[in-house]
Design a protein around this ligand. Structure first.
Ligand code: NAP
Length: 304
């Protein structure tokens, strides 16, 4: 039986692993289906403290992993499908049938951007024109035309952020008014660089001969008319989905599936010795630095 298992190998998981290893807990990290997590899909990370010249997302999280391993953390490839947290021994049932047992658990499984499923979206995702993070990738579209898909606060925030760099921002929303808060919607509508495309959904993302985004097709849901918008980038901002299905019924979650923190901390769950860190619980900040910090907090409390 393990002393502590960290589920997930992104910033939160590796933050937890570094602190658990240095506390002498000999952590085992189960890396999940996306080793390194969401950050590996980002190119330059310019806002992680300590890297004035920016750092590649993949490199950053891999350095965290090396750091954890240097202090003795072990990393195994396993995808947790189901858990039993009812007793003192926590059980993890993995894809392929392997079962892990541990006294303590840190859940750091992150979240995945909700995608539209439009044609070309998956193919051009991650550096070829489709992104789910303006903070991460917006600066690559300096003086370019871009589109944002969505009508909530995230979409508005992304659109406003992108106006810092981009020539124009089309915000494509499936209804004729924003879901976003009034203040965010007003800021968007008042911004001369942003123009809304109402009642429309993303149909397709087109690639140029180099395999980079050259534009999108959107369909008006009221008229059925399809039109093309030339743009070099498309930012999908229709929400995130926490990767927590394996823990349903085992720990307290909100209606959207985010794990709810307990005990006046950000990282304790309602189950003793089961902690949580990063985007599977945090829907507000969602930053590499905050996720790493939550991992740190989880392991400090786990080792207490
Ligand atoms: P959200 O509020 O759930 O908005 C998602 C948006 O995407 C909605 O406009 C929705 O359309 C649209 N959408 C969902 N699925 C879609 C699909 N398959 N195709 C096309 N459009 C789709 O998500 P969010 O904007 O990420 O915000 C999440 C939470 O964080 C919210 O509570 C928000 O207030 C908060 N937040 C706050 C701030 C801030 O205050 N600065 C910033 C970011 C997030 P419908 O409108 O038709 O449902």
């Amino acid at each position: 039986m393990e002393e502590i298992i960290v589920i997930g190998s992104g910033c939160a998981g590796m933050g937890a692993a570094i602190y658990a290893a240095r506390a002498g807990m000999n952590p085992l990290v189960l890396e999940g289906s996306q080793p390194g997590g969401l950050l590996t899909t980002t190119s330059d990370v310019e806002n992680f403290p300590g890297f004035p010249e920016a750092v590649n997302g993949f490199e950053l999280v891999w350095k965290m992993r090396e750091q954890a391993q240097k202090f003795g953390a072990r990393v195994e490839s396993a995808v947790v499908e189901k858990v039993d947290f009812s007793g003192g021994v926590k059980k993890l049932f993995c894809l392929g049938g392997k079962i892990y047992e541990a006294r303590k658990i840190v859940i750091a499984t992150g979240s995945s951007p909700r995608m539209t499923g439009a044609k070309g979206e998956a193919e051009l995702y991650g550096g070829r024109g489709v992104s789910a993070c303006a903070t991460c990738d917006g600066a690559f579209y300096r003086n370019k035309d871009v589109a944002v898909i969505g009508g909530g606060d995230s979409a508005c925030e992304e659109a406003l952020f992108l106006t810092r760099f981009c020539s124009s921002v089309k915000i494509v929303h499936r209804r004729d008014r924003f879901r976003a808060s009034k203040i965010m919607a007003e800021r968007v509508l008042e911004n001369p660089k942003i123009s809304p495309v109402w009642d429309s959904v993303l149909e397709e993302v087109f690639a140029d001969e180099s395999g980079l985004c050259r534009g999108i097709a959107v369909k008006n849901v009221k008229t059925g008319a399809v039109s093309e918008i030339p743009c070099k980038g498309v930012f999908i901002a229709i929400g995130h989905v926490p990767n927590t299905s394996a823990f349903r019924g085992a720990v307290d979650m909100d209606a959207e599936g985010y794990i709810v923190p307990h005990g006046g901390t950000l990282v304790k769950t309602d189950v003793e010795n089961v902690f949580v860190a990063g985007d599977c619980s945090d829907k507000t900040f969602r930053q590499a630095v905050t996720a790493s910090a939550m991992g740190c907090m989880a392991s400090i409390l786990a080792s207490a």
